[in-house]
Ligand binder design. Sequence first.
Ligand SMILES: [Zn+2]
Length: 295
Amino acid sequence: MDYIIRGISRDKKIIAYVAKTTELVEQARIIHQASPTAIAALGRALTLTAIMGKMLKKEEERISLQIVGNGPLGNVFAEADSRGNVRGYIKKAYIDLPPTPDGKLDVPSAIGKEGVLSVIRDLGLKEPYRGMVPLVSGGIAKDLAYYFAHSEQQPSAVAAGVYIDKEGKVISAGGYIVQIVSEINEDIITLLERNIQNLDPPSKMILEGKTPEEIIENIFNQIEYEYFPKEKLKYSCKCTRERAENTLIALGVEELEDLVQKEENIEVRCQFCGKIYLFTKKDVKKLIEEIKNKI
Ligand SMILES: [Zn+2]
């Protein structure tokens, strides 16, 4: 089971979130038929967005992470809620790159070192709040740490990773975000930094069988802390036929009339989960009438 553990220092000044996301990232790989490099990128985004979802204060809030770089992968997008539901897509999931000389999946080159990372918070108000920073590495975790530091003035340690076997399957995925939420003394900062530096990459720790509880314990080594019960994370899509209809409506009358001429049935595929919504000629004609009546 994929889950997240939230730990907090006794003085409430350090909060750490550690997530194991192997199953949901493998599910995303299958849905998107993603290449190793593409799922490494999307898996990092899904993991960190799932964690950010757990940082939300209210049930109805949602958060999204969007990375648009100048590399060949195109747009990487993930969104999550506070209940542990996460979903995402990657524009060119078929793109794969050779590994780096040290054998790592080359996410920074696939995303590109120039571009923009956005965090979009939907707090249930009229307009969502969007914070944007330029990419600093293309590796996603470092870029998100930069976002926290510059857009939210929140010092954070961020890591996420995906490990893939020879067949291209995801065999471990996970990540963490550690934040200092109010002023603490230098000695504790030094200790915390050392603890984090001593950690292996998350995908390696999870592959070796370390649990999020054990990783939290390493992060708070020699710092008094407590942690909360595990909370489940899952890949979950909320698409509906109504939303698929809206996608068609957005095409406009002209294009819909053109489709009706050419196609017997029209398929709308959800970009998050791959579910196909089928519309017959009659359905589309009805939509066209509806749009015309509204104008
Ligand atoms: Zn869907």
